[in-house]
Design a binder for this molecule. Structure first.
Ligand code: GDP
Ligand code: MG
Length: 249
C-alpha cells in the first residue's frame, strides 16, 4: 500500500448524521490519509453544519450539497465527476464508493485498495463468495439480494458473485474514461449498470470478500421502486449492451 496515493472515498448521504462521527473516525483510523466526499441530498439533519465543524473540513473532508432527494445513482455520478475533476490537479490513488451506515466497514477499504494495486481496474466487495457473509439482515432482504444477484448473473453472464453490492474501488484513470453520461439507473440497478459497463469494456474486475452488517443507525432507503427498477433495467442493460458502450476517446 505504501506507494499508493491516498484514496478518495465518495459517500452519498441521506439522513446519515447519526452514523457520520463513527464512520469518519473508523475511516481515518484505517486510512489516515483518505479523502472523503459526502454527497448530501438536503437531509435536513444538520449534516452540512457537522461537516463544516470538523477539523478535516476543506483538506480531507468535503461535501457536495444537492437541493433535495435526487437518488443514489445521480448522487454517485455527481460525486464521481467532482472527484475526477479534482484528481486532474491533485491525483488520488483510488476512488472508493460505500454507504455511510457502516454496513461497509472502513477497515475493509485497505483490502480493496490492495486488490487495485495487484492490477484490478475495479474491485467489488462481495458478501457471497465465501458462503453468505451478512449479519443482522432481515431474511427477506437477504433473499432479495441473493435472488437479485442470481437474476443479474443469468441475464448478463457476468461472473460476479455479488453484482448488486455498493462497496467498490475504482482505478481513477479508468473511472475517468467511463462514459457516465449514459448511466440511467438509480438504485440497486445503478451498481449493476456501472459494473456491467466496465465489464463490457474488458476491465479487470476483482472481488474481495467482506462481512456485511446491517446498518449501524437509521433506516434503509431501499424501496419497492428500487426493486422494480432493477427488475426491468437488467434486461434493458443487456439489450443496450448489444450496442457496445463508447469509451470517451
Ligand atoms: N445523496 C443521497 N444519498 C442516498 C440516497 N438514497 C440513499 N442514499 C445513501 O446511500 C447509501 C445506501 O443507502 P441505504 O439506505 O443504506 O441502502 P441499503 O444499504 O440498500 O439499505 C446510504 O449512505 C444512504 O444514506 C439519495 O437519494 N441521495
Ligand atoms: Mg446501507
Amino acid at each position: 500500500m505504501s506507494s499508493m496515493l491516498p484514496p478518495f472515498v465518495v459517500v452519498p448521504t441521506y439522513h446519515e448524521l447519526d452514523n457520520l462521527p463513527e464512520f469518519t473516525r473508523r475511516l481515518w483510523a484505517a486510512l489516515p490519509e483518505a479523502r472523503l466526499l459526502l454527497v448530501d441530498d438536503a437531509s435536513g439533519d444538520g449534516t452540512p453544519a457537522w461537516v463544516r465543524a470538523q477539523p478535516q473540513y476543506g483538506t480531507q473532508l468535503f461535501i457536495l450539497e444537492r437541493a433535495g432527494k435526487l437518488g443514489l445513482g445521480t448522487a454517485y455520478l455527481a460525486g464521481f465527476a467532482w472527484v475526477i475533476e479534482r484528481h486532474r490537479t491533485e491525483p488520488c490513488g483510488a476512488v472508493v464508493q460505500m454507504d455511510a451506515d457502516l454496513s461497509h466497514k472502513p477497515e475493509a477499504v485497505p483490502e480493496l485498495l490492495a486488490a487495485l494495486q495487484r492490477g484490478a481496474d475495479l474491485v467489488l466487495a462481495t458478501r457471497y463468495r465465501e458462503g453468505v457473509r451478512v449479519t443482522n439482515w432481515p431474511l427477506r432482504r437477504l433473499l432479495l439480494s441473493l435472488g437479485g444477484g442470481m437474476y443479474v448473473r443469468t441475464l448478463t453472464r457476468m461472473p460476479i458473485t455479488d453484482p448488486t453490492g455498493g462497496f467498490k474501488a475504482f482505478r481513477p484513470d479508468k473511472l475517468a474514461t467511463l462514459d457516465l453520461a449514459q448511466v440511467r439507473c438509480d438504485g440497486y440497478a445503478f451498481q449493476i449498470e456501472v459494473t456491467y459497463l466496465a465489464w463490457r469494456l474488458g476491465w479487470k474486475i476483482d472481488e474481495v470478500s467482506i462481512l456485511f452488517e446491517d446498518r449501524f443507525a437509521g433506516k434503509s432507503k431501499m424501496s419497492m421502486r428500487i426493486v422494480r427498477e432493477a427488475i426491468w433495467r437488467v434486461p434493458w442493460l443487456v439489450l443496450r449492451g448489444k450496442v457496445p458502450p463508447r469509451p470517451l476517446s
